[in-house]
Design a protein around this ligand. Structure first.
Ligand code: ATP
Ligand code: LTN
Length: 336
């Protein structure tokens, strides 16, 4: 008898024209490596991205580009279920139920909400940004997911999801699997090249510090060569005192597979210039085929649409069953 494979679910927002290296090393790399051994569901969370008021034409383009990038990075639609969040109505439906189980104070403690709302000011902060983690909880719980591969910044949201699932189960009976965050140590947080104490982020002001997967090699070369380092000369991993160099070591090591210790040895006695050139080469060569495959996939939108249609059908079958069970548990009368 084949053992039942554990479920995995994760999502990524279509908030930029290209994913960046932090998205790949913190999250999508794990998505790819988990798809073979798990029953994996991956979605582009377009509804979440509405919290930043995207331009409609841009949202459409970015959503399809996100799907193309995920395929180019190695997701195989025959192996995992790849879909767009808004194609499965149950996400919003379960989110409402979960909103009615979340304390106002509990939601107010989410640090991503606090950071983002502080940046844009109370008047420009939408309610959707506040309820964002609850929609994320619905994404996860609908699929009875065991693991949620994300970067470190999402740990608190997965903790909230666990709390909500436990609360629901103890009040209404066993309904949801309690998910666990799956966060790799290496690459869990990639920092901005210009400000190596802040995370590399799509919505950051310092674009010079973000390595986009789809950028031309010359642009990424320039960004890596001008990465902020320190006044010493030693290529050594020391996150506290050498944040820039440590970040570059993490990037090199995660893409090349060489250990940090081997890289420290290889560059002992050499200057930062040589080291940066080596990092740039690894990044550029890694990204070259990803960029080419993405561009190629985008030339055939009907192929992408077919993948998405199958993905949405497979996802909806699982999600609708969980939603029906949830509605029944809380006493909503079925339509019949
Ligand atoms: P924004 O900064 O605009 O919120 P983002 O760049 O964080 O966007 P998301 O779509 O929110 O992108 O995140 C997708 C995945 O990438 C998440 O699992 C998140 O944890 C991970 N991630 C994002 N930035 C980093 C980073 N700098 N290092 C590691 N993982 C990251
Ligand atoms: N909130 C996440 C994106 C996200 C997600 C999810 C991740 C939405 N739904 C479900 C994992 C599982 C973010 O900002 N990176």
């Amino acid at each position: 008898m084949t053992p039942i494979r554990k479920r995995v679910l994760s999502g990524i927002q279509p908030t930029a024209g290209s994913f960046h290296l932090g998205n790949y090393l913190g999250a999508v790399k794990n998505w790819v490596s988990m798809q073979d051994e798990h029953d994996a569901f991956y979605c582009v969370v377009d509804l979440h991205s509405l919290t930043v008021d995207p331009d409609p034409a841009e949202l459409r383009t970015r959503t399809l580009s996100s799907i193309a990038q995920l395929l180019a990075l190695g997701l195989d639609p025959e192996t995992c279920t790849l879909f767009i969040q808004s194609h499965v109505a149950a996400h919003n439906q379960l989110a409402w139920v979960m909103e009615c189980m979340t304390g106002f104070g509990e939601a107010s403690r989410m640090t991503q909400f606090k950071d983002k709302s502080q940046k844009s000011g109370a008047d420009r902060t939408v309610v959707g940004l506040f309820t964002y983690p609850i929609l994320m909880a619905a994404d996860i719980l609908l699929y009875q997911s065991n693991y949620v591969p994300v970067g470190e910044d999402q740990r608190q949201h997965v903790e909230l999801t666990r709390d909500l699932a436990q609360r629901f189960n103890s009040k209404y009976g066993q309904t949801f699997v309690i998910p666990e965050p799956f966060i790799m140590k290496a690459g869990a947080k990639i920092y901005d090249l210009q400000d190596p104490t802040s995370k590399m982020s799509k919505s950051t002001a310092s674009l010079g510090g973000v390595i986009d997967l789809l950028d031309a090699p010359e642009i990424n070369l320039k960004k890596i060569k001008s990465a902020v380092t320190d006044t010493e000369r030693e290529v050594k991993f020391d996150e506290k005192n050498k944040a820039g160099i440590s970040n570059l070591l993490t990037i090199h090591s995660s893409l090349s597979g060489s250990s940090i210790a081997d890289l420290e040895n290889e560059f002992a006695g050499k200057g930062y210039g040589d080291f940066k050139a080596a990092v740039a080469e690894v990044v550029i060569e890694y990204l070259r085929p990803v960029r080419e495959r993405t561009q190629q996939l985008l030339t055939d939108p009907s192929h992408l649409q077919r993948i998405l249609k199958t993905g949405a059908e497979k996802a909806a079958a699982v999600a609708d069953a969980t939603l029906a069970k949830t509605y029944e548990s809380i006493g909503l009368v079925p339509r019949g």
